[in-house]
Design a binder for this molecule. Structure first.
Ligand code: C5P
Length: 403
């Protein structure tokens, strides 16, 4: 289905590839308007984009003539998607800071539709801590998505990360968004920790931030899925379009999941770090420290395994995907869990790597299924979420694993 795409072109040698991108997008049936920044002029002539898009190119904010036609706010409202390709380090910094000092950044601030960035820059500029800080900020913004960059040879002679994704790949990303490949699919996702009460003020829990599950919920919802997100106590904003059910304990999480899966689900994704045990008794009143008394002993009982119970369903069994946070022998434990819990897929990560996994923005994982595996090197959880969804989709038509 044809969409209205506002293509922002910023200064960089990759700008010449954006001409091909306009052609690809138009070939897919989209309408394209181009906004160029001052820096982009040094690389490509506006006339190129005008000829390829069939629309005059917009270049500056508050040009009386252009504003009399489609003003910058109307332009922001016109678009179904804003795609900035190439996105320079400068435009990433401006967007991360919420600046609006030219037409493109103003439109990006005024629009409510998704904004996709295809970064392109020298590898040292990409690796620079300031660019990486901006990248993390942008990756955490629910309106934004980052497509690329890829690593390889660069125009300046360097080799490394910073190449813009090829126009055909960017056009595929647009197609995935426009086609809504998960339309009609119902997903149930668990996320975050659970809290197991000891008394009215104390509990047993863990450090899970819920970010991976929330990122998956967002990516799936953006691709058209109907998502029910069963969330333990976390400080995460609910992604647009996602139905969130807040729970506290493992028993509450199980009840919410049972209900949601019984209502019909195509996929069940368990990212939650569910407490394995809960205190057998929960004190009515806050437990007091008694002088000279022995330290209290807390007796625990096992919580139900929510994931295994969904995988064991004989009716309405969704494609069932687990997560495994391991500190050693990741592949062995993951494969064992895959078969013991009867899962279709398991996503394993080594939580001992600093800056990755638990309570962090990035993650590197290896996914296992009955007769295969695939490794995903470190990347922001939002990017990883989209990559994982693509993999799960490839498995949805396969029969459940015969383990
Ligand atoms: O066995 P382990 O806790 O490592 O398994 C992790 C996977 O199982 C995760 O997908 C987690 O969400 C799920 N799980 C669950 N219910 C439990 C324990 C774990 O759904 N009680």
């Amino acid at each position: 289905m044809g969409k209205r795409i506002l293509l922002g072109v910023t200064g960089g040698i990759a700008a010449y590839k954006s001409a091909e991108l306009v052609r690809e997008l138009r070939r897919q049936g989209h309408e394209v308007q181009v906004v160029m920044t001052n820096g982009a002029h040094a690389f490509v002539q506006p006339l190129t984009f005008q000829a390829l898009s069939g629309h005059p190119v917009r270049e500056s904010l508050l040009e009386p003539e252009a504003e009399a036609g489609m003003g910058h706010i109307e332009l922001a409202k016109w678009a179904d998607l804003v795609l900035v390709a190439p996105a320079s380090a400068d435009v990433m910094a401006k967007l991360a800071g919420g600046l609006a000092d030219d037409l493109l950044t103003t439109v990006c601030l005024a629009t409510q539709v998704p904004i996709a960035l295809a970064p392109a820059m020298n590898q040292a500029m990409w690796r620079n801590a300031r660019t990486q800080r901006n990248r993390s900020l942008l990756a955490a913004d629910p309106q934004l998505r980052l497509w690329g960059p890829q690593a390889g040879d660069q125009a300046c002679g360097d080799t490394g990360p910073g190449r813009m994704l090829e126009p055909a790949v960017l056009a595929q990303e647009v197609a995935a968004m426009a086609d809504q490949p998960l339309a009609g699919r119902r997903l149930v996702i668990t996320a975050g920790p659970t809290r197991e009460a000891l008394d009215p003020v104390r509990y047993i829990s863990n450090h899970s931030s819920g970010r991976m599950g929330f990122a998956l919920a967002q990516a799936a919802s953006e691709q058209g899925a109907e998502v029910t997100l069963v969330a333990g106590p976390v400080e995460q904003p609910t992604p647009g379009g996602v139905a969130r059910i807040d729970v506290t304990s493992a028993l509450e999480m199980k009840e919410a999941v049972d209900q949601a899966v019984s209502a019909g689900a195509d996929w069940f994704i368990a990212t939650a770090a569910v407490a394995d045990y809960r205190p057998i008794t929960v004190a009515d009143q806050k437990m007091k420290k008694e002088p000279d008394a022995d330290a209290p002993v807390v007796e625990l009982e096992e919580n139900p395994d929510i994931l295994a119970s969904v995988a064991a369903r004989t009716e309405q069994r969704p494609l069932t995907i687990g997560f495994a946070a391991e500190t050693r022998d990741v592949a062995d434990y993951a494969r064992d869990k895959l078969s013991r819990k009867g899962l279709d897929l398991i996503v394993a990560n080594d939580v001992t790597t600093p800056g990755l996994g638990f309570n962090s923005d990035s993650n590197a994982v290896e996914v296992f299924w009955a007769d295969g595996s695939e490794r995903f090197e470190a990347r922001p959880k939002r990017e990883l979420a989209r990559d994982l969804i693509r993999l799960f989709q490839a498995h949805q038509s396969n029969p459940p694993s015969q383990l």
